[in-house]
Design a protein around this ligand. Structure first.
Ligand SMILES: *Cc1c(COP(=O)(O)O)cnc(C)c1O
Length: 433
């Protein structure tokens, strides 16, 4: 399988090159030249096939010969080695719980797969790879955990001091070894700007091999297809494919689901569940994509004003708007409605939503009101414990730190404090190498 750049001004790359580079040299996103079809027999037999085997069969055509089958099987097995249950909440709505991984958010899947692929690709290289990433919370933890102790890879994470939750900060700062946390006395945008400047600095990139670990990297994006297959494996109404609502920010997750559908997974319809950052619902009514400044909300991992992966959705549908509109709708949910639905679902169905899952749930419930014959799934993308304030306020429940987090909360934070400004980052990276 080769990947072309969505800007069409760069040579094609195989999976290895696309994963190592992250972004195409013309600043486009890599996209597969064709969408492989899964065997219909596999879809009929899903309940009898292990998650490892499903993941292997889904990803193998994308990886091609760049990773041998034995190593790829090992990599997918390590990627999906925690439960991903489909839990019924009402008689028409089920929750796909993606928060049972080590950092309690769905990003674990993509980060674990990507880190192991990069580890495999770098094992014979003399030169180390430095993964540089700015985080507003969840990405950093998943990336740190995924890359911890991966040979040949150093990870540098920038996060805004005082603006990530206590659990998130521990996940970022306590691992040590090859994971380095830079605590920036500024905002997420300051961190992001420093990282962008580093990638654009030729003097630096000649000295250091830098790559990024955000969802534009194919090795993080493509494995997110796995759990859509796991969801259908557990789906009880096989005569009727599910409507799937995906809490969306940068649109990597939902785009992976749409790709899975185009490969043959039965899905009736997708809903992009957004908070008030509603660029895509705007697009679906006006056909014009207008990036905006992101507005902060309770579901902060979805506060994105210019979703980078949306271009890949257009690419899947060949930029044909009517096809896209038939399969995708979008909803925009306010913080007030998010808080209300957290309380309501807890009282009526005894299920605790996090703010991101709550946006997904409500977008789905509203859609099902207008489509009385359908049933659906929403993706619960993070554990409620990561967002204790909103959850406690609306459920009046004390959130217990899950037992698995206790050892983490005891660990000592190790971070390097840094004032914003690119020179500080450059000096650090320069002296480190
Ligand atoms: C990152 C994230 C999202 C948004 O996912 P995208 O792929 O960027 O659309 C949703 N929920 C949670 C909890 C996240 O961490």
């Amino acid at each position: 399988m080769n990947y072309y750049s969505t800007n069409k001004q760069a040579p094609v790359a195989d999976f290895r090159e696309a994963a190592i580079k992250g972004q195409a040299p013309d600043k486009g996103l890599y996209f597969p030249e064709s969408i492989p079809q899964v065997d219909p027999e596999m879809i009929r037999n899903l309940p009898a096939i292990s998650n490892e085997e499903i993941a292997f069969r889904v990803i193998q055509p994308y990886v091609g010969a760049t990773i041998d089958e034995e190593n790829l099987y090992r990599i997918v097995s390590e990627t999906v080695n925690f439960p991903i249950p489909l839990v019924p909440v009402t008689d028409r709505i089920s929750s796909l719980e993606l928060f049972h991984g080590p950092t309690l958010a769905f990003k674990d899947i993509g980060a674990r797969f990507m880190s192991r692929c990069l580890g495999y690709f770098t094992k014979d290289r003399k030169e180390k790879i430095t993964v540089l990433v700015a985080t507003s919370g969840d990405t950093g933890g998943a990336v740190a955990n995924g890359f911890f102790n991966v040979e040949g890879v150093e990870v540098v994470i920038l996060y805004p001091s005082g603006k990530v939750s206590p659990v998130q900060e521990k996940q970022l700062t306590t691992l040590g070894h090859n994971i380095h946390a830079l605590e920036v006395a500024g905002s997420f945008d300051d961190c992001q700007a420093m990282v962008k400047q580093a990638f654009a600095d030729q003097e630096l990139t000649q000295k250091l091999f830098l790559t990024s670990a955000n969802s534009i990297n194919v090795a993080r994006w493509l494995p997110q297809q796995f759990y859509y297959f796991f969801a259908y494996k557990q789906w009880q109404h096989k005569e009727q494919p599910p409507v799937i609502a995906v809490p969306s920010g940068n649109f990597g997750n939902i785009c992976a689901g749409i790709l899975a559908m185009q490969s043959g997974l039965p899905v009736k319809h997708f809903i992009a569940a957004c908070n008030v950052n509603d660029i895509v619902s705007d697009y679906l009514s006006s056909e014009i994509l207008r990036p905006k400044e992101a507005v902060p909300t309770l579901s902060n991992a979805m506060d994105v004003g210019n979703p980078s992966n949306f271009i890949r959705i257009l690419e899947i549908f060949n930029h044909q708007f009517p096809l896209l509109k038939e399969k995708l709708s979008a909803a925009s949910i306010t913080d007030a409605a998010t808080e209300e639905v957290i309380g309501e679902v807890f009282r009526q169905f005894n299920y605790i939503l996090d703010p991101h899952g709550a946006v997904g749930y409500l977008a789905l419930a509203n859609y099902l009101k207008d489509h009385p014959a359908e049933k659906g799934i929403f993706l619960e993308t993070a554990h409620p414990v990561k967002f204790p304030d909103a959850v406690e306020r609306n459920t009046k429940q004390v959130q217990l730190i899950p037992a698995m987090l206790e050892p983490l909360m005891q660990q000592q934070k190790q971070s390097i404090f840094m004032a914003p400004g690119y020179q500080n980052l450059k000096e650090y990276l320069w002296n480190k190498s």
